[in-house]
Design a protein. Structure first.
Length: 130
């Protein structure tokens, strides 16, 4: 509510400029500016605002591009490492399968050698005792 009344007071107040003709005395102390000078000031202000907007847009786009580049680099690194570890796990699993097959034949050879040796020993002892 207070803001609405303050706005009404601001709109009802007198302007800080007066249009005067050449040779007329100025109604207040201050600077007098020509219409062309005012137009230049307004044009410069608008150009500065536009340049500021363009600079801001450029800075945001540049930062966005830098962050996108970092993201894609990190994502590429992640995918490469993930692929590398998957390949390492597959190679390890394959090696474990090979070792399991070798382990079976080693155990078979060890146990069969023990049984053949034990049977040979029993056979020799039996034949000597006869």
């Amino acid at each position: 509510m207070f803001l609405i009344t303050l706005l009404g007071v601001c709109l009802a107040s007198d302007a800080d400029f007066v249009n005067i003709e050449k040779g007329e005395p100025a109604p207040f102390a201050g600077k007098i500016i020509t219409d062309e000078g005012l137009a230049k000031i307004i044009a410069k202000h608008e150009a500065d605002q536009l340049q500021c907007d363009l600079d801001l847009e450029y800075a945001v786009q540049k930062k966005s591009s830098e962050l996108d580049l970092k993201y894609y680099l990190l994502n590429s690194k992640y995918e490469a490492e993930k692929h590398m570890y998957e390949e390492m796990i597959a190679a390890r699993d394959e090696q474990l399968k090979i070792n399991r097959r070798k382990d079976f034949w080693r155990r078979f050879a060890t146990y069969s050698g023990f049984f053949v040796g034990a049977a040979t020993t029993v056979g020799i002892v039996y034949s000597l005792n006869q």
